[in-house]
Design a protein around this ligand. Structure first.
Ligand code: ZN
Length: 165
């Protein structure tokens, strides 16, 4: 695994820093089980800010074309991921509070002097992926092992032939 990028989250916000990079899916092991394969990468942008009340936050945007496994044909199906979320930085000593009280696109995380940026991208990707993926109805058919019905005679018709003999 390559070196992971880490940032001091408070300094990053205070300096209004900006980081744009990509991370390879091969380097995000928690995605391997949910994706079709380990190809591709995720582009992300991380920007820091401190608002007028002194509240530090990070904004993470991610975008990627990912391959998930179609639940019908078990083949690859493309999923275009695009998401943006704001992370409010909460001092270590403070509780994060109830996530239900925050809007969907805002989350609270603890201040971290070595925030693992790829880990944050990985978390965000897992949150955004659909539970099940599939092609549009009619665009694919199940693998033959599931029973290709049309050309096969039903077991009852061959039974009828046996009885006649
Ligand atoms: Zn399919």
């Amino acid at each position: 695994m390559r070196d992971r990028v880490s940032v001091d989250s408070v300094a990053f916000a205070r300096d209004a820093s900006e980081l744009r990079a990509t991370v390879a899916i091969a380097d995000l092991p928690r995605l391997h089980d949910v994706l079709f394969d380990q190809s591709g990468e995720i582009a992300y942008g991380l920007t820091g800010a401190v608002n007028k009340d002194g509240i530090a936050s990070l904004r993470l945007e991610i975008a990627a074309d990912l391959l998930m496994t179609c639940q019908r044909c078990l083949g690859p199906v493309k999923f275009s991921l695009k998401s943006a979320r704001k992370f409010i930085l909460v001092p270590q000593a403070q509780a994060l509070g109830d996530p239900a009280e925050e809007p969907d696109d805002v989350e609270r995380i603890h201040v971290d002097a070595e925030l693992d940026v790829a880990g944050l991208v990985e978390d965000e990707t897992l949150l955004c992926l659909p539970m099940v993926a599939g092609h549009q109805p009619g665009e694919c058919s199940p693998p033959l092992a599931e029973g290709g019905e049309s050309d096969m005679k039903s077991p009852f018709s061959s039974l009828a032939i046996l009885k006649r003999q």
